[in-house]
Design a protein around this ligand. Sequence first.
Ligand SMILES: C[S@@+](CC[C@H](N)C(=O)[O-])C[C@H]1O[C@@H](n2cnc3c(N)ncnc32)[C@H](O)[C@@H]1O
Length: 196
Amino acid sequence: MDNNNEIWESRYQAGTTGWDRGKTSGNLLDWLESGNLTPCRILVPGCGNGYEVLTLAEKGFAVTAVDIAPSPIANLQKALDDNQLSAELVQSDFFSLDYSDKPFDAIYEQTCLCALPPSQWKNFEQWLHQSLKTGGKLYSQFMQTHEEGGPPYHCDMSEMKQLFSDKRWHWKKEVKGQEISSKGDKLEIPCLLEKI
Ligand SMILES: C[S@@+](CC[C@H](N)C(=O)[O-])C[C@H]1O[C@@H](n2cnc3c(N)ncnc32)[C@H](O)[C@@H]1O
């Protein structure tokens, strides 16, 4: 295990997973119910226990879900099996995965960018971009903590607009934030971006 793997795995083993809702995010349900997100080949990076992966698989999406920590991947595989659902689960550092030769129709990013140190954000934006087809959609959620440090790191919206530049992304939609953490003490801004 590398260091990042150990750090995340130890959080799962200690149960210090304040981000874990224990159920599918309301933002995903809104996107599904509004018809903004319809069955396609979709990538879920940093999936954690992956309640959203179960929902997407149940609704007929072809889901690939990636997490660096073994425990949530094992939990998610069991939940899929228990519900007779399937998805491709990959236990890996997503930066080591190259999907540019088989890019996805969509990516669902939840509490993942904000979990990375800001020094890795440009690499993450590039990895998301190369993992999507042209015209593919990024369903993202920008964490608002208004605090120093992290994780989760505050995703200032003017910084996000620079990071996800309008030369590379078409910003389709930005709506009111919703509660994110299991304690309901964090807000996120759901945004729909299209790869140019
Ligand atoms: C804050 S948690 C969010 C988990 C899940 N998306 C959720 O909302 O419950 C961030 C997740 O990203 C994973 N992660 C962090 N760095 C990663 C990397 N480089 N590659 C793959 N997964 C990573 C962690 O193991 C953790 O499960």
